[in-house]
Structure formats: structure tokens, C-alpha cells
Design a protein. Structure first.
Length: 348
């Protein structure tokens, strides 16, 4: 039985508590949060025996094998480095870190510790993206020319997920001082992984980031609202393909929409997670050189990240996406920030 500790017991931690306890394979034995109230409530809700408000104390007193980090972004690196030094396997929430420098330290520390390390690019749980990667990498679409990807949210324009202006869980995401890299670091990270997982690494990236005026003086309480709300990126892939990747929190009409289309010399594919995580559409160039109608294909479910993490620990075989992959995506995030400042494409 693999014993897991969860650190950070806010909104996303629910998924970790539920999915990291896997029948006779793994169990969440402890949780930790700087808020004593939240950690106690969380432990009660998910029946977790031990609670802590300090990581060092948890490392000293609790018997566990692996940690899952579900704190705000700025704390992923320091917590992971401390846990890795203690020899724990680590599943980190995305983005892996808030800078390439920190992500590199995490990759090096994980290698030194010789433990399983993964980053929660959770949309890899879609069997459709797994199929897309196999199709593109297996050459089914031929040479890839064009890629379009978007991740659209609207929690800054609509209240379906609550009132962002009165919720610390949303406010820290609007503030660089609170460790957020805006929509780019929050969900841009997902769509950059989603686009480059099948097609391969980016060779260069050009970006325009924008922060909209949202409150008087763009400040609410302790939160300076300076993090980006929209990110528009042009990506040149190492393979020579060209693509656009866009993301925003202002896409009224879309609560949480991810879509990707990939166009090659022999055919094209598209995925729309609003329709299904397990369906891919394809169109091919027929023998007559003409476009065949789009067809839908069901893709049987593939293991989710939590299952991959536990299975990796059990087998000792590192699965993807690992910290090195988190670092590769972090490089794209930092390149986007640099490009926005210089107004030039950045080579990766
Ligand atoms: N993979 C996904 O699809 C996905 C979805 C949502 C959130 N996330 C990620 O999960 C992380 C947490 O997001 P959330 O929405 O749960 O945030 P949240 O604000 O709801 O919860 C964060 C929790 O961490 C605690 N915390 C802060 N600093 C801490 C520290 N140093 N040690 C221990 N606990 C600390 C806070 O008290 C809070 O309870 C973020 O990195 C976010 O990017 C990922």
C-alpha cells in the first residue's frame, strides 16, 4: 500500500484526495495546509487520519511514501525540493514552478533522489489526446503544417464558478505578488502541453499578454490585479509546423473549453473536450486528392495522471508527464513572458 500525503487542501485538492486513494494500491494518510481550519475540515471530509500545518513537521512525524502538491503555484518548487530531499515521490500541480530556474532545480533534485516525479497536466487524462499523439507521432497525418489550440474560460465575466472578486481562491490567480503567472501560468500551461504533446517541441514562440482593468485601481484588498487575463501565442514547432495557441479568462459563453486541431499533408484531426474527452474527429485526403468527410472515433479511456503516478511508484517505471516535461512547458511560459516584453519571437 503506497502512502500518500496531500499538501494544500483548497479547491483542487478534492481530486487528489479522491483519486490518490486507489483500492488496495494506495491511500491518502495525511494532509497539510497552512490553514488549520481548512486542513481539519478536509481531513474530516475525506477521512484522512493525520493533519499538519507545517511540512517539516509532517516529514518528521508522518510515515508516507509520496506527496501531492496542491498549493498555489509559488509554493510548488520549495515544497517539492524539501520533499525530494527527504526521498519522497512527488506529484506536483501545474505549473511545475514559476520560473525555468526553479523548474530546473526540481528536475535535478528529482533525478538525484531517484524518485517518481510527475506534473498534473490533467487534460492528458483525455484518451482523445493520447490517440492524437499516437496518430501524429506514427505519421498518420504525414507532415504537420498547421495547429490551432485554445483554452477558454470566463470566470472573470460570469459567476458560474462564484464571485472571483470576493474569493481568495480566484484573487491569488489575478496577482503576481501572490505567485500567479495569470491565465498563462494557470491554464495556458495546459493548452501549451496539449498542443505540443502530439506535435513536438516548440522552436520559437511569440506572445501578446493582456491584463484587463477589473476593479478601481486594479486592486482588491491585498490583491494587486496585475496578472495576465489573456494570452495570444504564435508557435513555430521544431518540426516546421506553425500554430496559434490562445487562452483567456474573458471568453464569455465558455466556462472551460479546450480544443485542438492539427492539419497535415495526409489529413487532419480535431478534439473538442466540450463534446467529449474520449472522441477524436479525423478527415483524410482521399485517393482522388479530395477532402473526405470528418469522422468521429471513440477512444477507450486511458489511465489518468493519478493512476499513472501510483502505477509508476509501484512499478518503478517513470511515466509521463514528468518534471522534465513540466520544465519544457515552463520554458514556453517564460518565453511567452519574455516575448510579450520584447515584442519579438523568442527561440527555445
Ligand atoms: N491540474 C488542474 O487541472 C488544476 C485545476 C485547478 C487547480 N490546479 C492547481 O492546483 C493548485 C491549487 O489550486 P486551488 O484551486 O486548489 O487553490 P486554492 O487557493 O483553492 O487552495 C490552495 C490551498 O493551499 C494552501 N496553501 C497555501 N500555501 C501553502 C503552503 N505553503 N503550504 C501548505 N498549504 C498552503 C491554502 O491555504 C489553500 O487551502 C494550483 O497550483 C493550481 O494551478 C490544477
Amino acid at each position: 500500500m503506497i502512502k500518500v500525503a496531500v499538501i494544500g487542501t483548497g479547491g483542487m485538492a478534492k481530486n487528489h484526495a479522491l483519486k490518490l486513494s486507489q483500492k488496495d494500491k494506495s491511500k491518502v494518510v495525511a494532509c497539510c495546509d497552512i490553514s488549520a481550519e481548512r486542513v481539519a475540515e478536509f481531513a474530516k471530509t475525506y477521512n484522512i487520519p493525520e493533519t499538519y500545518t507545517d511540512l517539516s513537521e509532517m516529514l518528521e512525524k508522518c510515515d508516507f511514501d509520496a506527496i501531492s502538491i496542491v498549493t498555489p503555484d509559488a509554493f510548488h518548487a520549495p515544497i517539492a525540493l524539501q520533499a525530494l530531499a527527504a526521498g519522497k515521490h512527488v506529484l506536483s500541480e501545474k505549473p511545475l514552478a514559476t520560473s525555468v530556474e526553479d523548474a530546473e532545480k526540481m528536475v535535478a533534485a528529482a533525478k538525484k533522489a531517484g524518485v517518481i516525479n510527475m506534473v498534473n497536466f490533467s487534460y492528458r487524462d483525455s484518451s482523445a489526446i493520447q490517440r492524437a499523439a499516437k496518430m501524429v507521432q506514427g505519421g498518420e497525418l504525414g507532415r504537420i503544417f498547421h495547429v490551432e489550440a485554445h483554452y477558454l474560460q470566463s470566470w472573470l465575466t460570469a459567476k458560474d464558478w462564484g464571485d472571483w472578486a470576493t474569493s481568495p481562491g480566484w484573487l491569488w490567480r489575478c496577482s503576481t505578488e501572490h505567485g500567479s503567472n495569470g491565465v498563462l501560468g494557470d491554464v495556458g500551461v495546459h493548452i501549451l502541453d496539449f498542443a505540443t504533446f502530439p506535435v513536438g517541441d516548440a522552436a520559437s514562440l511569440q506572445a501578446r499578454l493582456h491584463t484587463f482593468d477589473k476593479a478601481p485601481g486594479n486592486q482588491i484588498g491585498e490583491y494587486k490585479l496585475d496578472a495576465n487575463d489573456s494570452a495570444l501565442m504564435i508557435v513555430e514547432f521544431a518540426s516546421g509546423a506553425m500554430g496559434t495557441v490562445t487562452t483567456t479568462r474573458m471568453a464569455t459563453g465558455h466556462m472551460n473549453s479546450l480544443a485542438l486541431s492539427i492539419h497535415g499533408e495526409k489529413g487532419a484531426l480535431r478534439i473538442d473536450l466540450d463534446k467529449s474527452y474520449h472522441m477524436i474527429e479525423t478527415s483524410r485526403i482521399g485517393a482522388d486528392g479530395k477532402t473526405e468527410p470528418w469522422e468521429s472515433h471513440y477512444c477507450p479511456p486511458t489511465p489518468n495522471i493519478y493512476e499513472r503516478f501510483i502505477e509508476s511508484i509501484a512499478s518503478g517505471v517513470q511515466d509521463q508527464p514528468d518534471f522534465a516535461r513540466g520544465l519544457a512547458v515552463q520554458k514556453m511560459l517564460d518565453a511567452a513572458t519574455e516575448s510579450n516584453q520584447s515584442k519579438q519571437p523568442v527561440q527555445l
